[in-house]
Design a protein around this ligand. Structure first.
Ligand code: SF4
Length: 429
């Protein structure tokens, strides 16, 4: 979501006549689009702003803008902590970035934070974008979140859930396809509740309808989406995935914890058994499904027994990939006020055990791919070796192979070797 907002900010600046700079030193304008999901992201922002201070002292004309979730959360405090910033804007007024910059030029530093997105027209997706890749695009289908997971700052900084109009999403994907985009990723905090606030001839559209419609657009070969919520993920979406050729066999289903007690404290709305049964349903319905997840270690009150329950669920679920996080309290969330915050060393030790288990499972899962023939989409040359290309399978596994191919090319590769986090292959055609 945040990366997509950055593309929109880039698009607005480009529409105003600016061009991207290759270095901070040469830039006239620096925009930091911030994330506040974890404490570390906040710390990084303030550290980085400190390093920009000297450049601003040397070149007072330089404009420094800070937007995104930390800006939404901290507002005026950000100006207090870093007085050399020119503009602070939030998540609901990305569309105002150029006006605010002009205002700062004329009148001095400005902070503008809105409580909510005022209209459909302020949706980031209606703003011009400067896409990072020509063949692949993000498409926002909803903003905000109506859930109340106790660890999460998102509802506070992104506001209530608003679905984007069905026809507008289809229109955007058609336009992207006509520009040569073949892969789209549909974005929402909880895609399964898409459409509840909309009405098309007396009926609310559902996410499964959207998957089928997007899948029928000529030129779209791959559809991904993030994220579904395990409490709301039902058969209709799994069936739409299985029946729509363009929808990739990939599901990101965030577990967060395997302990029923901790899941209840997190307000997740499911228990371990329900999670596993939804996962089983998805795997039964969608052949060759790759599954990834998110897990938080060290939520307040997590005992060794709770953590063991997480390890048990991870062992049963056999996720192909997991994004693992050490809990960090976010001021403004319920969890930050709970008793039983866990000592850092204990969290670290549990985290390492979880990562070791998951690495083993990921390695075995990748190992099972060896010998298979896979359609892959080229992302570009590998960062380490320009003679090696990096591509991605439909199941979202990165594959490296010798050769030079244009980003956006579809290839067939035979998978020859596997590690925990990537595959190696050879190009067949
Ligand atoms: S579903 Fe929960 S974790 Fe996801 S954005 Fe909403 S509140 Fe946060």
């Amino acid at each position: 979501m945040n990366e997509h907002d950055s593309e929109r900010i880039g698009g607005l600046l480009a529409a105003d006549g600016m061009a991207p700079s290759t270095s901070i030193e040469a830039a006239d304008v620096i925009v930091l689009n911030t994330c506040t999901i974890r404490e570390n992201a906040d710390n990084k922002l303030y550290g980085y702003l400190g390093s920009l201070r000297a450049i601003k002292m040397e070149r007072p004309d330089l404009k420094i803008l800070v937007g995104g979730c930390t800006a939404q959360k901290d507002g005026d405090l950000l100006m207090e902590k870093a007085g050399w910033v020119d503009v602070v804007f939030g998540t609901h007024n990305v569309n105002r970035v150029v006006e605010l910059m002009d205002h700062a030029d004329e009148w001095g530093p400005v902070t503008e934070i809105l409580e909510e997105t005022s209209s459909f027209d302020d949706f980031p997706s209606y703003l011009p974008a400067r896409r990072q890749t020509p063949h692949s695009a993000w498409v926002t289908i909803a903003i905000g979140c109506d859930n109340s997971c106790t660890f999460c700052i998102v509802p506070a900084v992104r506001g209530k859930e608003i679905s984007r109009r069905f026809g507008d999403i289809i229109g955007e994907v058609k336009a992207l396809a006509s520009e040569g985009v073949s892969e789209v990723t549909l974005l929402g905090q909880n895609v399964n509740s898409y459409g509840r606030d909309l009405d098309i001839n007396g009926r609310s559209p559902v996410f499964a309808d959207l998957l089928r419609q997007v899948g029928s657009i000529d030129g779209i070969r791959r559809i991904r989406y993030t994220s579904p919520h395990p409490k709301d993920f039902k058969e209709d979406v799994a069936e739409a995935m299985a029946e729509t050729q363009a929808v990739c066999e990939q599901l990101h289903l965030p577990l967060q914890s395997g302990s029923d007690r901790i899941l209840a404290a997190m307000h997740r709305g499911y228990n371990a058994e329900r999670f596993l049964s939804r996962l089983e349903m998805a795997r039964r319905t969608i052949p060759n499904l790759s599954v990834s997840t998110d897990i938080i270690v060290g939520f307040p009150g997590e005992t060794e027994e709770d953590f063991q329950a997480t390890l048990d669920v991870v062992a049963q679920a056999r996720f192909d990939q997991a994004f693992t996080f050490q809990y960090s309290p976010r001021p403004g969330t319920v969890a930050a006020t709970l008793d039983g915050q866990i000592e850092k060393a204990v969290v670290q030790e549990r985290f390492e055990r979880l990562v070791a288990l998951q690495n083993m499972i990921s390695h075995e899962s990748n190992q099972a791919m060896v010998g298979r023939s896979e359609e892959v989409l080229v992302e570009g040359p590998s960062k380490k070796d320009p003679g090696v290309v990096t591509a991605r399978t439909r199941g979202n596994r990165p594959v490296h192979a010798r050769g030079e191919y244009e980003p956006g090319t579809y290839l067939t590769m035979e998978i020859t070797e596997a590690a925990s986090h990537y595959l190696l292959g050879t190009v067949v055609s």
